[in-house]
Design a protein around this ligand. Structure first.
Ligand code: NDP
Ligand code: ZN
Length: 384
C-alpha cells in the first residue's frame, strides 16, 4: 500500500517569514500527497505561542528559514490515507508541537516522544527535526496540514473549536511537569509569568487540587487571574510581596520567556521542592546554586509533553470545564500580535488565529503569496 495517492498534491496557503529581520507574509506551498497512515486536516484555528516568536526571530539560533510557525492547531479531518484506523472525515482534531518521532526508542516506548532519541529525534510541527538535517516542516499558520495519525489528537465534544489549540502546547507543557513531579492535592503550586502557559498552569493546578499562587509583573491582570481560580496573586516586581511569599512553594513552574534573575524565585521554594523551568532557554546570569543545596531544591527543565499525556490533558480540560482565555485574531494581525508578545504581553493571555480569515483573503484574491519549497513531514517509521 506504500505511497498510495489519495488526494493528489495539496496546495496550501499560510503565513511565514524568510529571515529574522522580516515580518510574516502570505506564502503558498504544496503539502504533498497523503501517504499510508496519514490524516489530512483543514485547520480552523491556531494558537500563537511565544515559541513561534522565538523561532521566527531565531532567538534559539536553530531556525531553518523559511519559517511557517504554529503548533497549537485545531481542525477538521478532510481525508484519511490508507490504513488509518483512528480518524475519519469530519472528525474534530488537534495537532500540537510534534508530527513525528521514531516510535521505537525508550522515550517513544514510554509515550515521551518529545525526548525521542531516534536518528532525527522528534519532528517538530514546524522548524523540522530537533537535529536539523536541512529538512524543514511548516506549521499551523496555514490552511491545511497532513500528519501521521499517531500524532493527531481527538477533541472532546465539550471543548469549543477555538479553545482547542492552546491546550496542545501551553496546556500540556505545564501539565507534564505537574504530572511527572507529582504535584499533590493540597500542595502549593507557584506559577511565574501569567501569559499563555502561565494561565493554563493556574487552571490546571487548581483542577489537580493544588493551592495556586500566581506571580505576575502586571497588576492589571490581577483580578482576571483570581477569577481563573488562583488563590493568591503576588506582584513579582514588589520585593516586599516576594519576601512575604518566601519558602511557601512545593512546586514552581517558571514560564518567563527571557533571561532573568532566578534568585527571587529560588527563595520562594520549600525544602524538597521542584522549581521547573519551561520558559527561559537562554541563561540565568546571576545564578548561584547555594540556596538549592541548603534546602534540597530541585531545579529542572521540561519540554512539552507526550501524545498520550496531551490527549489526557484534553480530557482533563473537558472534565473540569477548563478553557484557555483567548482572543481571536485575523491572520493579517499576526505581526502586531508578535509585537505585543515581544513587549512582554499586554492584557491578553493567548491569541488564536481564525484561519477562515486566511481562506477569505485567498478567495477574495487579496493574497500576494510567496511560493515556498514543499515542507518535509518525516518518514513513516512504521508504515504498513
Ligand atoms: P507569553 O508571552 O504568553 O507569556 C509569558 C509571560 O511571562 C508574560 O505574559 C509575562 O507575564 C511574563 N514576561 C514576559 N516578558 C517578560 C520579561 N521580559 N520579564 C519578566 N517576565 C516577562 O509566553 P508563553 O506562555 O507562550 O511562553 C512562555 C515561554 O515558554 C516562552 O519562552 C516559550 O518559548 C516557552 N515555551 C516552552 C515550552 C517547553 O516545552 N518548555 C513550550 C511552549 C513554550 P506577566 O505579565 O504575568 O509577568
Ligand atoms: Zn508553544
Amino acid at each position: 500500500m506504500s505511497g498510495a495517492r489519495v488526494i493528489g498534491k495539496m496546495k496550501v496557503y499560510g503565513y511565514g517569514t524568510k529571515s529574522k529581520e522580516d515580518e510574516l507574509v502570505p506564502v503558498t506551498f504544496e503539502r504533498g500527497e497523503l501517504r499510508d497512515g496519514e490524516v489530512a486536516i483543514q485547520i480552523t484555528h491556531c494558537g500563537v505561542c511565544h515559541s513561534d516568536l522565538h523561532q521566527a526571530k531565531n532567538d534559539w539560533g536553530n531556525t531553518i528559514y523559511p519559517c511557517v510557525p504554529g503548533h497549537e492547531i485545531a481542525g477538521v479531518v478532510t481525508e484519511v490515507g490508507p490504513g488509518v484506523t483512528r480518524y475519519a472525515k469530519g472528525d474534530r482534531v488537534g495537532v500540537g508541537c510534534m508530527v513525528n518521532s521514531c516510535q521505537e526508542c525508550d522515550s517513544c516506548e514510554k509515550d515521551e516522544e518529545q525526548y525521542c532519541s531516534g536518528p532525527k529525534s522528534c519532528t517538530l510541527t514546524y522548524n523540522g527535526p530537533k537535529n536539523p538535517d536541512g529538512s524543514n516542516t511548516y506549521g499551523g499558520y496555514s490552511t491545511d496540514i497532513i500528519v501521521r495519525e499517531e500524532f493527531v489528537l481527538r477533541v472532546p465534544d465539550e471543548i469549543e473549536q477555538d479553545k482547542v489549540g492552546p491546550i496542545l502546547c501551553a496546556g500540556i507543557t505545564v501539565y507534564a511537569p505537574m504530572k511527572h513531579f507529582e504535584l499533590k492535592e493540597g500542595q502549593t503550586l507557584g506559577v511565574a509569568g501569567i501569559g499563555g502557559l502561565g494561565h493554563m498552569a493556574v487552571k490546571l493546578g487548581k483542577a489537580l487540587g493544588a493551592k495556586v499562587v500566581a506571580f505576575t509583573r502586571n497588576e492589571d491582570k490581577k483580578e482576571e487571574i483570581l477569577a481563573m481560580g488562583a488563590d493568591e496573586v503576588v506582584i513579582s516586581t514588589d520585593e516586599e510581596q516576594m519576601n512575604d511569599a518566601a519558602g511557601s512553594l512545593d512546586m514552581l513552574i517558571n514560564t518567563i520567556p527571557v533571561a532573568h534573575d532566578i534568585a527571587p524565585y529560588i527563595q520562594l521554594m520549600r525544602p524538597n521542592s521542584h522549581l521547573v523551568i519551561v520558559g527561559n532557554m537562554d541563561s540565568f546570569p546571576e545564578f548561584s546554586p547555594g540556596p538549592l543545596v541548603f534546602n534540597r531544591i530541585s531545579l529542572s527543565g521540561s519540554l512539552i509533553g507526550g501524545i498520550a499525556d496531551t490527549q489526557e490533558v484534553l480530557v482533563l480540560c473537558a472534565k473540569h470545564g477548563i478553557a484557555p482565555a483567548t482572543k481571536l485574531v485575523s491572520i493579517d494581525a499576526i505581526n502586531e500580535v508578535y509585537e505585543e508578545l515581544a513587549n512582554g504581553g499586554g492584557q491578553d493571555f493567548r491569541h488564536v488565529i481564525d484561519l477562515d480569515t486566511l481562506r477569505k483573503l485567498e478567495e477574495d484574491s487579496q493574497l500576494e503569496a510567496t511560493e515556498l519549497p514543499s515542507p518535509e513531514r518525516g518518514d513513516l517509521a512504521k508504515a504498513s
